[in-house]
Design a protein around this ligand. Sequence first.
Ligand SMILES: Cc1cc2nc3c(=O)[nH]c(=O)nc-3n(C[C@H](O)[C@H](O)[C@H](O)COP(=O)(O)O)c2cc1C
Length: 373
Amino acid sequence: MNHRNVCQMFGIEVPVFGFSHCRNVVAEITKAGGMGCLGTAYYTPEQLEIELNWIDEQVAGKPYAVNMLLPRKFETVGEPLEFEKLPESHVAWQRKLLDDAGIPPLPESERERLVREELDQMHLTPEFAEELLEVICRHPNVKLVVSALGSPPRPILDRLHAQGIKVGAMTGKVQHALKHKEAGLDILIAQGTEAAGHTGVVSSMVLWPEVVDAVAPIPVLAAGGIGRGRQMAAAFALGAQGIWCGSVWHGTRESDLTDEMKQLLYQARSEDAVQTRSKTGKPGRMLRSKYTEAWVQPGAPATLPMPWQSVLNAEARLRIDRARALDYMTCPVGQIVGTINNESSVRQVIQDILEEFVTTVEQMPAATGLADA
Ligand SMILES: Cc1cc2nc3c(=O)[nH]c(=O)nc-3n(C[C@H](O)[C@H](O)[C@H](O)COP(=O)(O)O)c2cc1C
């Protein structure tokens, strides 16, 4: 069967894919006829089992996806993560930043345990990935695994294929897309710089058609800057087979963001979604905060390489969250944050996107003046 149409490929009703770390969002997208994708970056195998069991119960046999950090080479990231290995100058600079802002330090008696708990969520070894894969393969409703860090190693690809699971990857560059094609992946997600999280520098408008043309006939989902139907129409006009959204779910009642964070996002403008290395060491788009801004002020140290910046950031995040220091709070979000202004629901978001998409497509010939030609 020719699977060029992603709805046929996965047995879904609408070509709307949605990324979230929150199981409620994932299940709702799938229940609404699209395909939810659970981000597993911070799950242990035991937690993942619980989450996938829960999603299975909700979706009544409908398909969903899982996003994994599956690096091609593990040795670069397999080193044990210890806070004590961080450069003292970075730790001191960050502590002073938060002290000066009146954000209390972590209680000395709990500091080590709290930071350890954060770091334990960041394991990235072949054994750990293997355990996560075992959990995934026990859940037959998982029909797609998306790699966030390049093409997965061949044995993993073969194993997932043998299980009937399609494999995709995120891409922000046409050169990476060509590597994914060569690696034998089934679907690509071309993510423009507008997007939340780790992003490249090429805008969606330029990236989507470049990737579509480069990897044809592999289907491409468009990501980065899609929160409404007109943007979906643009994605299809540029050759995408479906859309992949992340930021838009932040404004839904199913999202597990705190009310405080949701309010910050509702007030934010598009330009408040800034690219910063302050969370992971790699450029990622996040909500501007005093913390992200401090890292680009004169005198700030250079951010550490991945994964050490995440280790450093763990202590800051704990302090900021415990103090409920709103000015310093941030989360990954894309430029569409400027149009997320009040609470909706996952189902409503999808319905609104599809309605505006259909109207836009219908009106296009008249709008271009070509209808009468
Ligand atoms: C809170 C959040 C966390 C994200 N974390 C990841 C991740 O771990 N892996 C990944 O491949 N993409 C991640 N993304 C990016 C999404 O998969 C998606 O490509 C992106 O949000 C699409 O652009 P948009 O934000 O403009 O909708 C994240 C997005 C958000 C909003």
